[in-house]
Design a protein around this ligand. Structure first.
Ligand code: SF4
Length: 81
C-alpha cells in the first residue's frame, strides 16, 4: 500500500545544518543558502513521497527539528506526540 504523501516541516530555530536529512531524503530536503534544511515539496506541490529515507531523516535529526504532516489532511504523521 502506498503511503500518503507527506509535507516536511523544518523548525529553523532548531536546525543546526548538519545536512543528515538531505543525505537521507535528497528528494524531500536540501540545505538552503543559509545552510539550514529546507523542504522541497510543500502543500502546493502535493508533498513528497513518504519514503523510508524520509522517515529516517525525521527520526535521526540530532535536534528533532523535523516533522512530517499529511500532504492531504495536514495532520501530523511523525514524530508521534
Ligand atoms: S538533520 Fe536536522 S539539524 Fe541536520 S540539517 Fe536536517 S533538520 Fe537541520
Amino acid at each position: 500500500m502506498a503511503a500518503e504523501p507527506a509535507v516536511v516541516r523544518v523548525d529553523r530555530d532548531r536546525c543546526i545544518g548538519s545536512g543528515m536529512c538531505a543525505l537521507s531524503a535528497p528528494e524531500a530536503l536540501a540545505l538552503d543558502l543559509d545552510g539550514l534544511a529546507e523542504p522541497l515539496a510543500g502543500y502546493a506541490a502535493g508533498g513528497a513521497e513518504l519514503t523510508e529515507g524520509l522517515t529516517e531523516a525525521v527520526d535521526f535529526c540530532p535536534v528533532e527539528a523535523l516533522a512530517l504532516h499529511s500532504a492531504r489532511g495536514g495532520h501530523r504523521i511523525a514524530p508521534a506526540d
